[in-house]
Design a protein around this ligand. Structure first.
Ligand code: 1HN
Length: 370
């Protein structure tokens, strides 16, 4: 070891660091993302939900039955259980079987759900019970009480997204439990959906609301909005895309997690761009692929994939039907701190060179731990 290196080693023991040796890693020329582009197949996630379903019952053995995505770039850094599809976003698929009741709690972390399949489940958010149907987007903003149940006869699956990695890194999460399993109902079922059914008009008492007064964003008006937009020319990168907003302020439906639904018409081949905010996509309907930093990620309904910070990406619909992508992002956080930037790819007429096709893991590829 030379003299400088031994100085560094000694300083480390004093819990001090030499800036002269690390300044280039700290002041990166452009964002360096630890999370990497990745894709999880629907079959893989469902396989483990079924395995868990054989071993645990919600309400008896577990508070929730959800399988969360761990970005391979984050795995080494994550204490067990933290998860992290990106540096800010936690994403899971939750299964609620007939008869199960998930008890009420509330936490600082913000949460949202996107219903993938199954009818008959319902959830209560701050005293308002909502009936869930496929394609619905629901919010559970930080601090709101939530519990859910499935009194129907089909297993219901939904995507959960929380800003868990963000709140855990900041060390700011409080969680509280109710002394009863389910919260009491304070308003009629689907109250906020009934009050906001008009779309662009709001009840006059909500003029100064901060937290979104709408809790469930139904699939039908979302799909209709995208179908109407389809009469107009598509955006070069995102075709037809809408974001879920707080109808009282025009801001994001959840203050810390952005959420969108987009429709890629058949034959659509988008141009590439990159931006600072990170995104986790859930293919809701249809099939296609997304090229991320030169790698082709093929997706079908039920698959999840990550576009990390500052990664080039372009979407293509390869099917004969419109493809719908639901996505969550950390744009509200990036904008709050003035971090957001966007860049269009100009080389190659806006298209990346595809170097390889990503090979996703299927249940049979995973070595048994026994
Ligand atoms: C949570 O409370 C739910 O309430 C789902 O359904 C997923 C992931 C991490 C932390 C809390 C829920 C969650 C979660």
């Amino acid at each position: 070891m030379d003299e400088l290196q031994s100085l560094h080693a000694e300083m480390a023991k004093a819990h001090l660091g030499p800036l002269w040796a690390s300044i280039q890693q700290l002041n990166t020329v452009e964002p360096v993302s630890r999370p990497v582009p990745y894709l999880w197949k629907s079959q893989l996630i469902r396989h483990y939900l079924e395995e868990a379903g054989r071993r645990l019952q919600v309400g008896k053995d577990a508070e929730r039955r959800a399988v969360f995505l761990i970005n391979p770039g984050m795995q080494a850094l994550e204490p067990v259980g933290w998860g992290g599809a990106t540096q800010t976003l936690y994403v899971a698929v939750q299964a609620v079987r007939p008869g199960e009741v998930a008890p009420a709690h509330r936490h600082t972390t913000s949460a949202l759900r996107f219903v993938l399949e199954g009818h008959g489940a319902m959830g209560t958010v701050d005293g308002e019970r909502l009936h869930f149907a496929p394609g619905d987007y629901l919010i559970t903003p930080g601090g709101s009480w939530h519990d859910h149940m499935n009194p129907g006869n089909e297993t219901v699956l939904w995507m959960d997204c929380l800003d868990t990695p963000f709140t855990l890194y900041l060390g700011v999460c409080f969680t509280e439990f109710l002394d009863q399993v389910q919260q009491s109902l304070e308003v009629p079922d689907n109250y906020s959906v009934l009050r906001y059914g008009g779309g662009m008009v709001r009840p006059i008492s909500d003029r100064n609301r901060k937290r979104s007064p709408l809790t469930a964003y139904r699939w039908q008006p979302t799909e209709q909005a995208l179908q109407r937009m389809a009469a107009l020319p598509p955006d070069a990168c995102d075709a037809y895309a809408v974001e879920y907003i707080n109808p009282a302020t025009g801001g994001d439906a959840d203050g810390r997690i952005g959420a969108r639904m987009q429709c890629l018409p058949p034959g659509f081949a988008g141009k590439a761009h990159r931006h600072v905010h990170s995104t986790v996509y859930c293919a809701y309907r249809g099939q296609g692929y997304t090229v991320i930093n030169g790698v082709r990620f093929e997706w079908q309904a039920g698959d999840f994939f990550v576009v990390p910070t500052w990664a080039w990406h372009e979407h293509v619909n390869t099917g004969s039907e419109p493809a719908y992508l639901f996505s969550v992002n950390d744009l509200p956080i990036m904008e709050a701190f003035d971090f957001e930037r966007e860049e269009m790819l100009t080389a190659g007429d806006g298209h990346q060179e595809v170097r390889e096709t990503f090979v996703p893991l299927l249940p049979d590829d995973v070595p048994s731990a026994r």
